[in-house]
Design a protein around this ligand. Structure first.
Ligand SMILES: O=P(O)(O)O[C@H]1O[C@H](CO)[C@@H](O[C@H]2O[C@H](CO)[C@@H](O)[C@H](O)[C@H]2O)[C@H](O)[C@H]1O
Length: 666
């Protein structure tokens, strides 16, 4: 049974997750919308407040405004900086003064009940002035107002004017005169560190960096030391997180060969996700890459370049993993004594065994917890979790809960390419970030629907990480869209989500797929792949300058580091997607608002020429405004207003990223 309604009904508080089954979450610096549905019978005025208690115990009261006239939905947006658990509740109240003022402003000019209305106002204000707990300065203000309302030497209009003053309204907004009120129960919200929600990720295989092919066809693997030489370039592109596929020993049994073939040659290194060999399992480092000390040194170089290292957590085992011998009960043995390989239909992973989490839940949990703690002790605070959706959800709830209660800054990214309910529940139970369907949303219509969903519907718990490609995902859009497609997808990811990522090779427009597959031909998953980034840049083939510019804009424009501030606008052409990211002045460190309008031609093959229509209110502008804009990719400037002509040639620039430079009433 729900608790009885209070005198002022208060319903559907937000943020909330699954009817308060889990805590909503935000990241430090995030601007969070709070809202409640509040109303009362009849026509009298009400008001609503949000009461916030920070993790440090500081309590603040925030006045809510009705979000749309007549909607009964009241809200505000608050920027939350302090990490930790916040508490909040809502208060709804009869706004006796506002009700009186509203009636008085109708009746007094119409000469109806003039004396009664003024006496009523005097009565309400006098009551307010006597309220316990009201500061003395407010009491004086209200007493003065009561005297003015009863002052017959002033005209009724003059007395009404005094009563409508800004100062009185401001005082009564925060401490209303209210005979009736209701308060909700307490709700909680967890604010995690900024990187849980904001960052630019770069994935690369350390074994490829510095790998050398010998004359006999064998390879000298790249090492942590050679891979570290790549870190300055990654940092110069503006990335914050370097994500490494598994760095553990790789199994030899059923090792895969080039292009996902089932037989490996003597020089094939195998897939890094086939974890475990005689040299060790998830706690060990592949000897070709180096030692624990070499790994630590690699992380130290990353740190000097202001980047964190993220490791893969792939809970599976090659047939050569020590677990297979030591804990055969952790796997499902078939009647013929064999163990079935892993799958993520339709993909088959013949080189690994899946763990059966139901066989020894406590033993497996203890082992995984130990592994995570070990890597944390080696300096890792971000884990990209491989296929979390093939493991029990309550396992993750327990693991992430325990790890983050010991180490609140640890971040888990769910590689949950799965059904929506499972993907969302993984985020609800604690994953700080999630991969999404972004890579497969390419048309204007699909993108609009998808972006609306991730920035509103799921934003109380799911922080999307918009990877533009991965070693497993080279979409048809990228395969056939050429350089424009790569620019479009990078610009979309970098300007819609506060966290985005790319897998190396993207900047070189590596777009040739293995026939019949959605992944690169000669995939790095099964081979060494050293790349000549410098030559590509010299020859003008590289997207590094473009990517660097995108990350640079993300750094200098705080609006791009927010999730829930995206507004879609419209255009007359189906290929043109228009959106804006707006950060109000009160939420910006600089004290100045930050507004970007992004116009994307999502068709990489054709020029689009059309008119775009902006919702000026969402941009914080008055109707009829015109304003200068600067394209931050080309430095072009224009005067814009509600309706604007655009022409985007994908071969030249498929995207405008426009900074709103200031507005004047048109
Ligand atoms: O199943 P997903 O598409 O989400 O992909 C992730 O998990 C896969 C299994 O770990 C992993 O696949 C790669 O490693 C396998 C094991 O070595 C190998 O059999 C596959 O051929 C190879 O693609 C994939 O990379 C990872 O992102």
């Amino acid at each position: 049974m729900s608790p009885a309604l209070g005198r002022i009904p208060l319903l559907d508080p937000a943020p909330a997750v699954a009817h308060n089954r889990w805590r909503p979450r935000a990241f430090s610096g995030e601007v969070v919308p709070f809202a409640i549905t509040a109303f009362r019978e009849g026509h009298d005025r009400i008001g609503a407040h949000l009461i916030l208690i920070s993790p440090l115990g500081d309590e603040t009261t925030h006045v809510l405004a009705e979000l749309d006239p007549g909607s009964d939905r009241w809200g505000t947006r608050i920027r939350l900086d302090t990490e930790g658990e916040w508490a909040f509740h809502f208060r709804g109240f009869s706004d006796d003064y506002a009700t009186w003022l509203h009636n008085a402003q109708i009746k007094i000019p119409a000469r109806v009940d003039v004396d009664v209305m003024l006496a009523l106002g005097q009565q309400i204000v006098t009551r307010g002035a006597k309220e316990q707990g009201r500061p003395a300065v407010e009491k004086r203000l209200l007493t003065t107002l009561a005297t003015a309302l009863g002052n017959r030497s002033l005209t009724p209009e003059k007395r009404l004017e005094v009563a409508s003053g800004e100062r009185v309204r401001a005082v009564l907004a925060l401490r209303p005169i209210a005979e009736l009120s209701s308060v909700t129960g307490d709700f909680h919200l967890l604010v995690e560190r900024e990187r849980a929600g904001v960052g630019s990720w770069y994935e690369f295989f350390p074994r490829s960096e510095g790998a050398v092919r010998r004359a006999d066809g064998s390879w000298r693997s790249g090492t942590f030391a050679t891979a570290a030489r790549r870190l300055p370039a990654i940092s110069n592109m503006g990335f914050d997180v370097v994500y490494l596929p598994p760095i553990h020993p790789i199994g030899r049994s059923f090792r895969k060969g080039p292009n996902n073939t089932l037989t490996a040659g003597p020089h094939d290194p195998g897939s890094p996700w086939a974890i475990g060999a005689a040299e060790g399992g998830h706690d060990a480092i592949h000897p070709d890459l180096g030692t624990v000390a070499d790994f630590t040194a690699f992380c130290a170089v990353a740190a000097t370049h202001n980047m964190e290292v993220a490791l893969d957590l792939a809970l599976q085992a090659s047939p050569d993993h020590p677990w297979v011998l030591e804990h055969p009960e952790w796997f499902t043995t078939l009647p013929d004594g064999s163990i079935a390989h892993a799958e993520n239909p339709p993909k088959k992973y013949q080189d690994i065994y899946p763990i059966n989490f139901d066989n020894d839940p406590e033993g497996i949990y203890a082992e995984v917890l130990g592994i995570v703690r070990l890597w944390i002790s080696r300096g890792i605070h971000i884990f990209r979790v491989d296929n979390p959706h093939t493991k029990p959800v309550h396992f993750w709830e327990r693991l992430i809960g325990e790890v983050t209660s010991e180490h609140p800054g640890v971040i888990f990214l769910a590689e949950a390419f799965t059904r929506p309910a499972l993907l969302r529940t993984l985020a609800q139970v604690g994953f700080q970030q999630s991969y999404t369907y972004f890579t497969w949303r390419n048309t204007r219509e699909d993108l609009a629907e998808f972006l609306t969903s991730v920035t509103t519907e799921t934003a109380d718990y799911l922080r999307p990480n918009f990877f533009v490609n991965t070693p497993d995902i080279l979409t048809e859009y990228l395969q056939f869209g050429g350089r424009p497609a790569y620019k479009i997808r990078a610009a979309l990811a970098a300007t819609t989500a506060p966290t985005w990522g790319m897998y190396s090779g993207y900047e070189l427009i590596e777009n040739v797929a293995r026939p019949g597959a959605e992944e690169n031909l000669d995939s790095e998953k099964y081979e060494y792949r050293p790349r000549d980034y410098a030559a590509a840049e010299r020859e003008g083939r590289s997207l590094v300058p473009y990517i660097t510019r995108l990350n640079d804009l993300r750094r200098t424009h705080p609006a791009l580091r927010q999730l829930r501030n995206l507004t879609l606008h419209s255009s007359d052409d189906d290929s043109i997607l228009v959106y804006s990211k707006h950060l109000a002045a009160e939420h910006a460190d600089s004290g100045q608002s930050d507004t970007l309008i992004v116009v994307v031609n999502v068709d990489p093959h054709n020029i689009a020429e059309t008119v775009v229509h902006l919702n000026l209110t969402a941009l914080g502008l008055a109707p009829g405004s015109s304003f200068p804009v600067t394209d931050l990719l080309t430095d072009a400037t224009w005067m814009w207003s509600e309706h604007n002509y655009v022409r985007l040639d994908p071969e030249v620039e498929p995207v405008h990223i426009l900074r709103l430079d200031g507005a004047s009433r048109g």
